[in-house]
Ligand binder design. Structure first.
Ligand SMILES: NC(=O)c1ccc[n+]([C@@H]2O[C@H](COP(=O)([O-])OP(=O)(O)OC[C@H]3O[C@@H](n4cnc5c(N)ncnc54)[C@H](O)[C@@H]3O)[C@@H](O)[C@H]2O)c1
Length: 329
């Protein structure tokens, strides 16, 4: 299948491009490189440095490459930044998705897999979260994605042949097993790289945000899904997506690990103690977030391979120790 990957030079999108190639598909990447890396995209994959706002250019790419489906990863992704710069998040993530859908409409492309997020659920009333759990996002990032979910529903209502799949990711973690692509964000907000920056000598100690949550050890509990397992779900979703489909799946391994458990696991993986300190809670951080993945396992046959956190962290350590400065190494 000819697939447009928006945000294909980013952390998750670049893993998707490799998986599409391995699956026999023909990916085309579009990324404005604001937080992506040209080196993350193989030379033989068509690449366009285009912004989501550039509707006409997207129509041209969709038409020229006979695109049949879109994997839409491109977004700004930091909760804290979204609180500081809400208009930028709504413009990039929500208006950007409208521009993309407008281009798809003009080019006659009728299938999309959309990267949504656990942040659309806000503070969950109960865990595990399921697809039908109430969505009450508590920050502009979560709301910018939740709005796109609503827009997809409305657009599909008016276009019965349009098919979409919303994948709501929990915490995406780890790096390619091949070790040649990986996570490289500036600033980096994700827990695993931030822990590993200490043994790499890039930081003196790791700060965990809050140890007084109502969890077994007081630190936040999250559901970490390996990036390659996450991408497997996209391939399954693409293959399953039919005209008129409206699919929603939560993507996590169905089990939570606390920040302290992550730190302990990282110490086992790197074989040394990792100095850390306790900082204040971050506003808007729920204590416990994990999801059931029963629906996607049942409907699409998805089955995560990396369910042990040591295994996930080992793939990240493999990338970071060989690329201490990311793609600039
Ligand atoms: N990483 C996670 O744990 C996680 C969790 C939930 C959801 N998500 C979602 O997954 C997607 C990918 O996340 P990621 O971690 O790979 O982020 P990332 O920042 O590494 O990748 C996003 C890519 O999109 C590009 N981009 C952003 N805005 C753009 C625009 N207007 N036009 C063109 N390109 C643009 C960036 O340059 C970047 O390469 C995002 O939609 C994010 O919201 C990620």
């Amino acid at each position: 299948m000819n697939v447009l990957v928006t945000g294909g030079a980013g952390y998750i999108g670049s893993h998707a491009v490799r998986a599409l190639l391995a699956h026999g598909d023909s990916p085309v990447v579009m990324d404005n490189l604001f937080r992506g890396h040209r080196q993350a995209v193989p030379e033989n994959v068509p690449f366009f440095q285009v912004d989501l706002a550039e509707t006409d250019k997207i129509v041209q790419i969709l038409t020229d490459h006979k695109i049949e489906a879109v994997l839409h990863f491109a977004a700004l992704t930091y909760v804290g930044e979204s609180v500081q710069q809400p208009l930028r998040y709504y413009a990039n993530n929500t208006a950007g998705a409208i521009s993309l859908l407008t281009a798809m409409d003009r080019a006659g492309v009728r299938k999309i897999v959309f990267s949504s997020t656990a942040a659309t659920f806000g503070e969950p009333e109960e865990v595990p979260i399921v697809e039908t759990s109430p969505q009450h996002p508590i920050n502009p990032y979560g709301r910018s994605k939740w709005m796109v979910e609503q827009i997809l529903q409305d657009y599909a209502g008016a276009n019965p042949k349009f098919g979409y799949c919303v994948l709501r990711y929990f915490n995406v973690a780890g790096d390619s097993l091949g070790g040649d692509i990986g996570e490289d964000h500036t600033p980096e907000t994700h827990i695993i790289p931030n822990i590993l920056f200490v043994p790499l000598g890039k930081k003196e100690s790791f700060t965990l945000f809050g140890d007084d949550y109502p969890t077994p050890d007081g630190t936040c509990v999250r559901d970490y899904v390996h990036v390659e397992d996450l991408i497997d779900a996209h391939i399954l979703a693409l293959d399953a997506l039919k005209d008129g489909d409206r699919r929603y799946y939560n993507l996590g391994i169905g089990r939570g690990y606390s920040v302290k458990e992550m730190l302990d696991a990282a110490e086992r993986v790197v074989g040394q103690k990792i100095p850390h300190q306790v900082g204040p809670r971050r506003s808007g951080d729920p204590g416990t977030l994990y999801t059931s993945s029963e629906k996607i396992q049942r409907e699409l046959g998805w089955s995560p391979k990396h369910t042990e956190v040591d295994d996930v962290i080992a793939t990240a350590w493999n990338w970071h120790k060989n690329h201490p400065n990311g793609y600039g190494s």
